[in-house]
Design a protein around this ligand. Structure first.
Ligand SMILES: [Zn+2]
Length: 368
């Protein structure tokens, strides 16, 4: 057993981190999408830095750090939408003090892409913490206001997990192998998404809806309108479990205030709900666009293999061997993938989602 057990996949990253434990620097930036093991790896890395053996997995430092209960391990818990200046000050206070029990103090800063005006406050301490303090900063992407922070850290990139790694992680949590294998197809390399898929009954149908789009587009605006409406409807449908959870939270809040107990303000909670909904909606659109790009990529692969992309209702499945597709259609499919990637990149910039999707479908409809 080692302290790295329980970190899903990421063998290359783990090997690199184990090497780094020997001569640690003052700050690391773990970059990668959610659900690929950044948090688990950060705690294991913290344990390794605190353990006298460099991460034996057995001692008190290792065990308490792995479970997040070590007095010299601080994980910033974001309460609002972004990391606030007050929270940043609190972190600085901890970072500046000497470790109480272990060899080092380790400060883990999750969701750092959400740090806003607090970034400058943290920068100085991140640059020159006491020699016993190590920062582990976690972020989904290096946003423009993180470039300076990134330049002060050693960057460690986390890629998506393979379906096999997702299956291994889920079966390790007691999920049936067959179920784990099925949801790993929709996970896009992310364990958090795979876990959610376990309770998301509609995900398979949504996956198929997006995958069927290339076969449905016929060059007419009328079809584009129908397809866009269906896709956006499916995105809204995927939000229903979250909406009902939010409704539940609001009524719980009303009960609390009726009973005269202290509770966060309703406006605050509603604002957070709005942000949560937007985040999940964007994520669902991203999932859809990735599925769509995958469907076009399948066409390229099949064209190369001389097969047919399948019937319009089931793209990606090899129902009957057809004539080899022309170079023209292969180039068109690659062009389509490029357009989809561009649209996905625009999702970060707060676009009108319906217009973005419609515009994309019009272009795709015109080229394939
Ligand atoms: Zn240990």
């Amino acid at each position: 057993m080692t302290v790295w057990d329980g970190v899903p996949g990421q063998a290359t990253v783990i090997a690199r981190l184990r090497e780094m434990v020997r001569r640690p620097v003052h700050a690391y930036l773990f970059v990668g999408p959610p659900g690929v093991g950044k948090e688990e790896a950060a705690r294991a890395f913290a344990a390794s830095l605190m353990c006298a053996e460099g991460g034996c997995g057995e001692c008190r430092e290792c065990r308490t750090a792995r479970s997040g209960r070590h007095p010299d391990l601080v994980e910033l818990q974001r309460s609002g939408a972004a990391i606030s200046v007050d929270q940043a000050r609190e972190v600085i206070g901890v970072a500046l003090r000497m470790p109480m029990q272990a060899r080092r103090t380790v400060v883990i800063l999750p969701d750092f892409h959400l740090v806003d005006e607090a970034a400058p406050a943290l920068l100085k301490t991140l640059e020159e913490p006491p020699p016993t303090t190590v920062f582990v900063v976690l972020t989904d992407t290096v946003t423009p206001h993180l470039v300076t922070v990134a330049s002060r850290c050693v960057e460690v990139a986390f890629g998506p997990l393979t379906p096999d790694q997702i299956v291994a992680a889920l079966t390790g949590e007691g999920v049936d192998t067959e179920v784990a294998t099925r949801v790993s197809r929709f996970a896009g390399g992310r364990l958090d998404r795979a876990r959610r898929s376990l309770v998301d009954v509609g995900i398979e149908a949504r996956h198929e809806l997006w995958a069927a789009v290339p076969g449905r587009l016929d060059g007419t605006g009328a079809t584009v309108a129908v397809v866009a409406r269906e896709l956006l409807g499916a995105v809204e449908e995927s939000l229903e479990p979250l909406v009902s959870a939010q409704d539940g939270e609001l009524s719980g809040l009303a009960e609390l205030s009726k009973a005269g107990r202290s509770s966060p303000s309703k406006t605050e909670v509603q604002q957070r709900h709005k942000r949560e909904l937007r985040r999940v909606r964007i994520e669902e659109l991203r999932f859809g666009l990735a599925t769509l790009a995958g469907a076009y990529r399948d066409r390229v692969v099949l064209a190369g293999a001389g097969g047919s992309p399948g019937s319009p209702g089931a793209p990606g499945s090899l129902v009957s061997p057809g004539p080899p597709r022309s170079r023209h259609s292969e180039a068109a499919a690659l062009g389509a993938v490029r357009l989809i990637d561009e649209a996905a990149a625009k999702l970060d910039r707060n676009p009108n989602e319906a217009l973005l999707l419609q515009d994309l479908l019009v272009r795709l409809s015109g080229m394939v």
